[in-house]
Design a protein around this ligand. Sequence first.
Ligand code: NDP
Ligand code: MG
Length: 391
Amino acid sequence: MKRIVILGSTGSIGRNALKVIKNLGWRALGLAANANVRELISQVREHKSAYVSVFNPAAASELKEILPRGVKLLAPGVEGLVEMATLADADVVLNAVSGSVGFAPLAAAIRASKHIALANKEPMVMAGETLMRDARRWAARIIPVDSEPSAIFQCLEGLKTDDYSPAVSRIFLTASGGAFYNHKGDLGKVRLAAALRHPTWKMGPKITVDSATLMNKGLEAIEIKNFFSVPVSKIEVLIHPQSVIHSAVELKDGSVLAQLSWPDMKLPIQYALTYPQRVGSLARPMDFFRLKKLDFVKPDFRKFPCLELAFEAARKGGAYPAVLNAANEAAVEAFLKGRILFTDIPGIVEETLGFHHSRDAAAPTLAEAVETDQWARAKAAELTGSLKRKK
Ligand code: NDP
Ligand code: MG
């Protein structure tokens, strides 16, 4: 039995993870969220967790009043997340918060040499190369939870190296296509509710919007480049509407390895927790006769400019991916609040990238990535504000 800490337990990944942990008969030792006190308290009761934290200070005060005796409430804000991520009695830390708020707890878990199950892709976009280098230095183990990096990780596992580039000729990064892949009309007129209707996955709002713009695939390409040290030129995006092949790898000799399963995050979550062990899971058995066929389509870079912006940022390197990520987070937040149109998102990201002038292609340090994130977030918010006034 292992003891797990979940950052973001009330979210889509967090809730699935609790089902997995329950099925394994393991313990959810610590749970952290932002402000959803009601869900968190019911999780703490059900899973008999020993530690809890919420980012939002008002939610922390509320939680304090109703917490079962013996449960330790950690500090609000990033301090509590970092403490949770480094608890000495936790065997695995699942980072499943949404956005760059997961950066500091991830960096701290790495320094504490933890086994980390990583769903939170944004930090890996901001400074993935440096985080991976630190993970090697501190002997931390990072196992991807995101279904595509997990698939690639599983395909590459047999190679037993940190430098996959010489053996890998191509990575086929699959994408469902998101809410608007078959949309024929003006994307400027789409409503928020339509953007939040994902065809195959049920996820939190930020990543669902990222899937609709295809930015999610761009972020994943950068995450994969950093995770496996493979140049982005070797990554090819395939729209695969069935979401059954979670990604594939072509090796130097021409052999292609893929990982297949029905779309269900419980499987990659479980593998990231139990790695390197394989144990029975809640996954529905594959049925090829029911599946019948697998389709693949080239992505439309003109219809979904975010994908091109992400690949360009990855090619430029340096702090460009951190700028892209922060500007995207700010733009998506504004879209979720109804302040901008769906089609404004790539414009804001592109403009923010245009303000970042750097020839330095070296991987940013963690401090540089955080500084860039703050600058780009403020810049994008400013651009979003001026856009609103013009309307
Ligand atoms: P959700 O929006 O569903 O959940 C986010 C979780 O993070 C919630 O528990 C939320 O708490 C918590 N949270 C948000 N902000 C903070 C904060 N400041 N401090 C502490 N906790 C916070 O997101 P998802 O589960 O969909 O996604 C989580 C991460 O996993 C993202 O990075 C996403 O890209 C990645 N991912 C998700 C997949 C999925 O299937 N959902 C697939 C692959 C990757 P509260 O409820 O209180 O707001
Ligand atoms: Mg994914």
